[in-house]
Design a protein around this ligand. Sequence first.
Ligand SMILES: Nc1nc2c(ncn2[C@@H]2O[C@H](COP(=O)(O)OP(=O)(O)OP(=O)(O)O)[C@@H](O)[C@H]2O)c(=O)[nH]1
Ligand SMILES: [Mg+2]
Length: 295
Amino acid sequence: MRSGIVTIAGRPNVGKSSLLNALVGRKVSIVSHKPQTTRHRIQGVLHADDGQVVFVDTPGLHRLQKRALNRMMNDAAAGALRDVDLVLFVVESGRFTDEDQAVLERLARSDVPVGLVVNKVDRCEDKAVLLPELQRLAALREFAFVIPVSATRRSNLDALAAEILGQMPEGPPLYPEGQVVGHDDAFTVAEVVREKLTRNLHKELPYSLTVEVEHFEREPGIDRISAVIWVERASQKKIVIGEQGETLKKIGTAARRELERTFGHKVFLKLWCNVRENWSDDLKALRRFGLTGDG
Ligand SMILES: Nc1nc2c(ncn2[C@@H]2O[C@H](COP(=O)(O)OP(=O)(O)OP(=O)(O)O)[C@@H](O)[C@H]2O)c(=O)[nH]1
Ligand SMILES: [Mg+2]
């Protein structure tokens, strides 16, 4: 048996969480078209015949921003680059930016082997440009492997999984058989609600909110859950709730449906929205919401 820990790193929005979900075959980490969706380290487990891989999805490494939340997200990502067996450096096909370059420089400071994953190759219309692109990227540093994939189309993932397993040391499994998700169900609820908010609210608003599960009661056949959506200003609360509560209702329905599919039973989900000024720059509040740098 082989087993090990693999960190999935890269700048925001390259598809790290999508890749984690595709590799483990289940939605473990939330996904949206907006950068900086992932805020925590998220673990998902790949069980194979000859081994087990624990993947750690991380917040996208980004340029320093002044809010404590953004600093903590960077710290969470940077902390996951140490003491692991392999780092997957995820980039987007056809778009290598200064932020990717900054990630590359950060990786140079660690001696963990790095595999390069060039994601979103489905977007590349002219396949003739892909090979020279891969050659260019492969020359950036020494990589354990360089592999093009599409997380959303699930292409080339078996080849990627084989490369990853080949890099894992011998050892016993770290997670029990069948367990794919590293976090508890309350965390899943908070994240799924935040995903629906991120997907349904415009512009910067998703960055100003967080979700806290207040109450979670599992009864036979049904979960009774209430969660608070914290925003920073009364004007934001109005937008989250929407005219006659329409927006919040739509978000609640979408979250409930997904949670019922995930948990396999009925879910009663009550959502509230409340204001807490500057929660994203308040260290105490961040800790309360579980958003500390050490994940
Ligand atoms: N076309 C295409 N889009 C993809 C692929 N993988 C991910 N995406 C899209 O890219 C966007 C970002 O995906 P995420 O998985 O949330 O990216 P991330 O790197 O985890 O982003 P952060 O958590 O914000 O750092 C979403 O709209 C995905 O649907 C892919 O293989 N092909
Ligand atoms: Mg993510």
